[in-house]
Design a protein around this ligand. Structure first.
Ligand code: NAD
Ligand code: DAU
Length: 358
């Protein structure tokens, strides 16, 4: 039985990955999920797996060397999948330090503890051990609207404190691979959407606001482009890279699905109108009149677009979910999980929202 140490598994992508892995491998794997449960971590995301005998949750900060070393000492970890991070660009602009702490120092602690647990006296590593660092396309900077793409060879050019901290963490992983031949891979993925995404991010924020008849804030001219990928496709890519990818390689993961923010908002509004029954009082609230142009994000990257050619050619992964289907699945999930949304938008979220959008 293979043992996974997943960091940040109570967040959006981490929890979707854990569900995906149990659906795929069932009792053949064991997952230990280590998460500090920041505002973005939510054990509700893992209700369906929490009783499984092959699932364990450990509440710990990845910057806490002793806590992480203890997990490695007490378990024979075969795979690390490292999601834990501060992930929201707007928060990084307001408060950069915690991004450096978690994303850079936390990654250093994870690398060091894995290295200490897996290294043999001759400096090689135990057979079959692998570390996957989950990163972002934002490390490559911003593209013009000229049809060019981010490739694995594109030079790093991060702009926000978030992307700078992720770029730094990628560099640390690269340094471990180059210096120690540490068995790792890096994936750089585009914007994810799907169930369990915290409503500070564009898609769940727009769904939630529209259903409540609240303004829909569009930064700048609304024409910034992101490349949207359904989160289950990302989970599948991570597993395929770890099992079939060449060690020490970076793989870009993307949706081949570029859309302007304003297009995304219009699609959400149209899909909500289509999916809500006439008897639902929220249907009357959902309206394009809610769209409100607000001040632009500082240093707002214009366009991201991944060319997932390498992962397709070497591993056979491609984005399977069409956006029109993925967005319906996502909206259906938010309809079915109204309590989840109520819980995460109470308390601190209101404070964040009022400060951010005042
Ligand atoms: P998220 O913010 O939803 O979840 C982050 C998780 O990490 C939370 O459960 C949080 O509690 C945990 N965490 C934060 N600080 C921690 C710490 N110090 N110790 C332990 N746990 C901590 O993020 P997400 O959107 O699921 O992103 C996961 C990873 O994927 C991140 O590394 C992010 O950079 C990367 N990524 C995200 C996207 C995207 O579109 N969301 C795209 C590409 C890459
Ligand atoms: O590209 C991958 C990255 O995608 C990940 O690394 C990040 O963790 C993830 O948060 C995401 O970053 P973005 O900044 O692209 O995502 P966000 O949902 O915050 O914003 C998407 C776009 O929508 C962006 O151009 C800003 C815009 N936006 C966002 C919000 C929250 C608005 O216009 N209004 C809003 O209220």
């Amino acid at each position: 039985m293979r043992t996974y140490l997943v960091t940040g598994g109570a967040g959006f992508i981490g929890s979707n990955y854990i569900h995906y892995m149990f659906r795929k491998y069932g009792e053949q794997i064991r997952i230990i999920n280590v998460d500090a449960l920041t505002y973005a971590g939510n054990l509700e995301n893992l209700k369906a797996v929490e009783e499984l005998p092959n699932y364990t949750f450990v509440k710990a900060d990845i910057c806490d060397k002793e806590a992480i070393a203890k997990i490695f000492a007490e378990n024979d970890i075969d795979r690390v999948v490292h999601f834990a991070a501060e992930s929201h660009v707007d928060r990084s602009i307001r408060n950069p330090e915690v991004f450096v702490q978690t994303n850079v120092l936390g990654t250093a602690v994870m690398l060091n503890c894995a290295k200490a647990a897996w290294e043999l006296p001759d400096g090689t590593f135990k057979e079959g051990k692998k570390f996957l660092h989950v990163s972002t396309d934002e490390v490559y900077g911003s593209l013009e609207e000229d049809g060019t793409y981010f490739y694995e060879t594109t030079p790093y050019d991060p702009h926000s404190p978030y992307s700078a901290s992720k770029a730094s963490s990628d560099m640390l992983v690269k340094a471990y691979m180059d210096t120690y031949k540490f068995p790792a891979n890096i994936t750089n993925c585009s914007n994810n959407y799907g169930p369990y995404q915290f409503p500070e991010k564009l898609i769940p924020l727009i769904i939630n606001n529209a259903l409540n008849g609240k303004k829909l804030p569009v930064y700048g001219d609304g024409k910034n482009v992101r490349d949207w990928l359904f989160v289950e496709d990302h989970a599948k890519a991570i597993d395929m890279v770890q099992e079939q990818g060449r060690l020490f390689e970076t793989y870009n993961v993307g949706g081949h699905n570029e859309k302007q923010n304003i297009e995304i908002i219009n699609i959400i509004l149209e899909t909500l109108q289509e999916m809500l029954p006439d008897s639902d009082p929220r249907k009357a609230l959902v309206s394009k009149d809610l769209i409100t142009y607000v001040a632009d994000r500082k240093g707002h990257d214009r366009r991201y677009a991944i060319a997932p050619d390498k992962i397709k050619a070497e591993i056979g992964w491609y984005p399977e979910t069409m956006f029109k289907d993925g967005i319906k699945k996502t909206i259906a999930w938010y309809f079915e999980n109204e309590d989840w949304m109520k819980n995460v938008t109470s308390g601190d979220y209101q404070k964040y929202y009022n400060e951010m959008y005042k």
